[in-house]
Ligand binder design. Structure first.
Ligand code: UDP
Length: 327
């Protein structure tokens, strides 16, 4: 059996973090989660308490002394902690920017001191308004103006990427960066505006399904199981070190089609309605019409491709939300 390793996962009580935690524990390794439960939820990881290989610290990852202690004790850091969701970024821009930039600054500094390898999860949001489809990792990023609060998230995450890569260039710290594209699956909260859990909750409670704008904007959704498999295989490939890698699915669907598909698969009577962006997010909101990852690098460096189709994912989210509604 492979040597037992100690993993530190910041943001481990979040949607993706909790699935990653379970997968690593299932491999027989130890996991320490650091999560301040700001957007993460105790219910995502509560069932793991009692597992002797699992610890959780309810703390912020910008707590320097705590992170120093924990990073010195671990073998590998998955840094997932971040403010998430377009709605949160619009409503709470100060906390969003601070949490993203400060947390990463502390975590990477301590990784550097103890020479611990780190994987940073970034986001497709950093491609901004680029219309060069599909998005390749070495493409230019095209941001909107700072008066449009949405772009604060992209800028903060790009700054994180720069900082992490700076440690690779200047000190050869083993670093990995992945950009995730619209990850969906069981446990994802609707609270921060993500479209699939919102549509599913609306469909199963017979509320109107709220499509924003014309609904012709398109996205590519990736199952959390595929993303976790990708995250785990990144550090196994030394050629991935010091590079940014897209992880996502390249099958597009419009929000109108998604609403119709959710309604169909949930057997729902909900009406599908359209809401102007201004009403949904407030004035001055920029959305992007298309967002497709190039998966060339992931395929070449990691031999990774997504496997789960959208209908399967939607069905799993419907089952999860129905179960949550009963408990
Ligand atoms: N969206 C929607 N209805 C909702 C929530 C979101 O039509 O109730 C749209 C949103 O405007 C965007 C797409 O769905 O065009 C994906 O939104 P999400 O916040 O999930 O992800 P992102 O915008 O980061 O891709």
């Amino acid at each position: 059996m492979a040597k037992q390793r100690n993993y530190l996962i910041t943001g481990g009580a979040g949607f993706i973090g909790s699935h990653l935690t379970e997968a690593i524990l299932a491999q027989g390794h130890s996991v320490t989660v650091v999560d301040d439960l700001s957007t993460g939820r105790w219910s995502n990881i509560g069932h793991l308490e009692g597992n002797p290989h699992f610890r959780v610290l309810v703390a912020s990852c910008d707590d320097v002394s705590l992170m120093r202690e924990e990073i010195s004790r671990c073998d590998f850091v998955f840094h997932l902690a971040s403010a998430v969701g377009v709605k949160l970024i619009i409503d709470r821009p100060i906390e969003t920017i601070q949490r993203i930039v400060r947390g990463t600054d502390v975590v990477i500094d301590e990784c550097s001191k103890y020479r611990r390898p780190i994987l940073l999860t970034s986001t497709s949001e950093v491609y901004g308004k680029s219309e060069q489809i599909p998005f390749r990792e070495e493409d230019d990023v095209v941001m909107g103006p700072s008066s449009k609060r949405r772009w604060a998230y992209a800028c903060a995450k790009v700054l994180d990427e720069f900082l992490v890569l700076a440690h690779y260039y200047q000190t050869s710290l083993p670093v990995y960066i992945v950009r995730l594209f619209n990850t969906v699956g069981p446990r994802q909260s609707s609270q921060y505006g993500m479209v699939l859990p919102r549509f599913v909750e609306q469909a199963i409670t017979c509320q109107p399904i709220t499509v924003y704008g014309t609904g012709e904007q398109r996205r590519c959704f990736t199952s959390v199981a595929d993303i976790v498999r990708g995250l785990l295989c990144v550090p196994e490939h030394t050629e991935a070190m010091g590079k940014v890698i897209n992880l996502g699915n390249n099958e597009e669907i419009s929000m109108n089609e998604l609403a119709a598909q959710v309604k169909l698969l949930a057997g729902s009577e909900s009406e599908i309605i359209h809401i102007p962006y201004e009403q949904a997010y407030g004035p001055g909101f920029d959305d992007m019409l298309r967002r497709i990852p190039s998966l060339e690098r992931a395929e070449k460096l990691l031999q990774w491709t997504p496997t789960e189709n959208l209908d399967t994912i939607i069905r799993s989210v419907i089952a999860d939300k129905r179960q949550a509604a009963q408990s």
